[in-house]
Write a protein that binds this ligand. Structure first.
Ligand code: BG6
Length: 488
């Protein structure tokens, strides 16, 4: 069993409880924490949604979703049934006036000693209304916490409106903005690798690093989320948050401590140093793509437009050459890439070092060193070094990885990101959550890029489902004399 830090008893209210995220991620995560013994018995979990359900029916939904999304979790059926006894349901229309919120009031009665948390897993346009209603109904106490799922708005202006509105009820130190990538074990490991190893930090700069690649490739399509996704697109859905957060962790200066604000301040500095992409840069530094029909994992899948049922210009793939204008990183491009319906699910950070100054073993012998952090699947770290290929004839240089596979090194179950993040909310630890100014800075950069696309009328290039994206993405790096790291 994994080690964990005990948390105080809590009441967790999940708005949007019948939605995909709740059933697929939040409830399975809570179940795992319960089975590990981390959730104190006085805790209560209240699902809130508009559907006309009672607690028993909702528990059944949670149990069924468990079978689908946490298979194998319940070796001990009795403990799983016990978990469900902590789950309740309150039917509420978030738009309804506060005096119609009595179901929640009842569900939270007699919870004075419990940490109170409201998790908003709804569309962002409901965030402010819900916060207001919670205040009007007297349910938002000064100590209660709010968790906001991404996306926080769809641009800087709407995200500011949300943060202002929610901020009128909840203080910043009680506001937990989730980016679930920060809850992934391997993402946190980036910080440990960088700041717990003397070996790495001295070479972690423009002096030794040629460029960085961050790829988050998904094999899935839009999975029934067409309404949301088509209004969003890959830049808003993935780059503005997950990929920029990864970039921050690669690029940030050493925080003075692991205190929340120490880390968040360093991330903010990176985001503020990101160079804006203007209309004149669009062709050279960005690629928008949209998947067409193709084969993914041997299965035929339809193109995005057919899946959606109407023509659209929304991108399902983005590649961007980002630049961080500070002393450490000037001249080191960060190539970011993400897309749906790509060849496989693969998230990776590749740090490519410079070539040796003199080709002692002849031009083209070996390859520049690379540190490859595989975030998912097959989590691990590979450091590619050049070695002599064994054999009597000649001196052949061959790149070979030093391979740290987490599966081999650690036999523990990998907790889902939400397990860690939910327990951090209960503990009041904000380190892995985005501060308001970080969200603003990320939107400023994304807004400029969206405006540049708009100004240039940049249309998405087609790419076959099951490929690595449009060829223009390979060309973008080719023009710089580089190539994406796409191992077979
Ligand atoms: C979400 C996006 O934030 O992250 C989804 O909205 C995407 O479109 C998902 O599929 C990817 O997360 P993970 O953890 O599966 O890599």
């Amino acid at each position: 069993m994994a080690e964990f830090i005990p948390v105080p008893p809590f009441d967790l209210v999940v708005f949007g409880a019948t939605g995909d995220l709740s059933l697929r991620k939040l409830f399975p995560a809570l179940l795992h924490r319960y089975l590990d013994g981390q959730i104190p018995p006085q805790s209560r979990i209240v699902g809130v949604a508009r559907s006309d359900l009672d607690t028993e029916t909702f528990r059944r939904m949670v149990r069924e979703s468990r079978g689908k999304f946490a298979p194998g979790a319940c070796v001990d059926e009795a403990r799983c049934a016990e978990f469900l006894q902590h789950v309740h349901y309150a039917r509420i229309d978030a738009a309804a006036p506060a005096d119609e919120w009595s179901a929640l009031e009842q569900a939270l009665a007699n919870g004075a000693g419990n940490v109170r948390i409201f998790y908003l897993s709804t569309a962002p346009n409901l965030f402010v209304t819900i916060a207001q209603r919670l205040a009007e109904a007297g349910l938002a106490t000064p100590e209660s916490r709010i968790v906001l799922e991404k996306p926080i708005g769809r641009d800087l202006a709407s995200s500011r409106e949300i943060n202002d509105g929610v901020g009128r009820v909840f203080d910043e130190h009680n506001t937990f903005r989730i980016d679930h990538y920060l809850g992934k074990e391997t993402v946190q490991n980036l910080l440990v690798l960088r700041f717990a190893n003397m070996l790495i930090e001295p070479v972690w700069s423009r002096a030794y690093i040629d460029h960085v690649q961050i790829t988050v490739a998904e094999a899935i399509g839009i999975e029934g989320r067409a309404d949301y996704y088509d209004k969003s697109g890959a830049l808003r859905d993935m780059v503005q948050n997950h990929l920029l957060q990864l970039l921050c962790l690669v690029a940030l200066e050493s925080p003075n401590s692991m205190e929340a604000d120490a880390i968040r301040t360093e991330k903010l500095k990176v985001l503020s140093a990101l160079r804006r992409i203007e209309a004149r840069d669009v062709a050279a530094k960005t690629v928008r793509g949209q998947y067409k029909a193709g084969l993914v994992g041997g299965q035929k899948v339809e193109g995005y437009v057919d899946e959606l049922g109407r023509p659209t210009h929304t991108e399902t793939f983005v590649a961007v050459k980002a630049e961080v204008d500070n002393w450490r990183w000037a001249g080191v491009p960060f190539y970011l890439r993400t897309g749906k319906r790509m060849s496989a699910r693969r998230s990776e950070v590749v740090v490519q070092f410079k070539d040796t100054p003199v080709p002692v073993f002849g031009a083209g012998a070996g390859a520049p060193n690379k540190l490859v952090l595989r975030l998912q699947p097959d989590e691990g770290v590979r450091l590619w070094l050049n070695v002599k290929e064994p054999g009597p004839g000649g001196l052949r240089v061959k790149p070979v990885p030093l391979n740290l596979s987490y599966a081999d090194a650690f036999t523990l179950r990998y907790p889902d990101a939400y397990e860690r993040l939910l327990m951090d909310v209960v503990r009041g630890n904000l380190s892995l959550f985005m501060r308001r100014d970080e969200v603003d800075a990320a939107w400023m950069w994304a807004d400029a890029l969206l405006a540049a696309w708009e100004e240039t009328g940049a249309e998405p290039y087609g790419y076959a489902a099951g490929s690595n994206g449009p060829t223009q993405s390979a060309l973008m790096l080719d023009r710089d004399g580089r190539a994406w790291w796409d191992p077979e």
